[in-house]
Ligand binder design. Structure first.
Ligand code: ZN
Length: 164
């Protein structure tokens, strides 16, 4: 999670976004497979309805690397992966783009656990939608675990660029 927070610090601050970091790990080999941070990748590729969220960037980089569509990543990746993300995956996006929960659900056969640093603050999306996101992952067999102890640091980074 420390390393995911390091990723989050790369994200450009802004009042309408959160600065989030994500790290995907092969749990069997304890090896980092990919990283991502919010707005790491551009979103202006017409043929790629890509996500600029940390998790989406993390997956898209792997998809480019392996030359497979993002939704087929489980075909080429280890089957026991852990995703670390400083903020829980989003379940709804005001932009209408695919939420990270849906992106993770497409990879539910290889992502077993999602460790989250904090819950999403209710700045943009109401709490009920967030609760549903957690439930959808759990029901699909993807364990969602919140890590205690780093909330203050993670939130400070996530809210970079927001008015205090
Ligand atoms: Zn997201």
């Amino acid at each position: 999670m420390e390393y995911a927070l390091e990723q989050a610090r790369h994200s450009p601050p802004g009042p309408t976004k959160f600065c989030v970091g994500a790290v995907l790990v092969d749990a069997d080999k304890n090896e980092i497979l990919s990283t991502g941070w919010s707005l790491e990748l551009p979103d202006n590729v017409p043929e790629d309805p890509g996500s600029t969220h940390a998790e989406g960037c993390c997956f898209r980089k792997l998809a480019f690397k392996h030359s497979v569509p993002e939704e087929r990543l489980c075909e080429v990746l280890p089957k026991n992966m852990i995703l670390y993300t400083t903020m829980e995956p989003c379940n709804k996006r005001l932009s209408g783009k695919m939420p990270c929960v849906d992106r993770i659900l497409r990879l539910k056969d290889c992502i077993r656990v999602v460790y989250c640093g904090i819950k999403e603050p209710e700045n943009f999306i109401e709490q009920t939608v967030l609760v549903v996101g957690r439930k959808r992952l759990a029901e699909a067999g993807v364990e969602v675990i919140f890590i205690d102890g780093m909330e203050d640091q993670i939130l400070a980074v996530a809210l970079s660029g927001h008015e205090s």
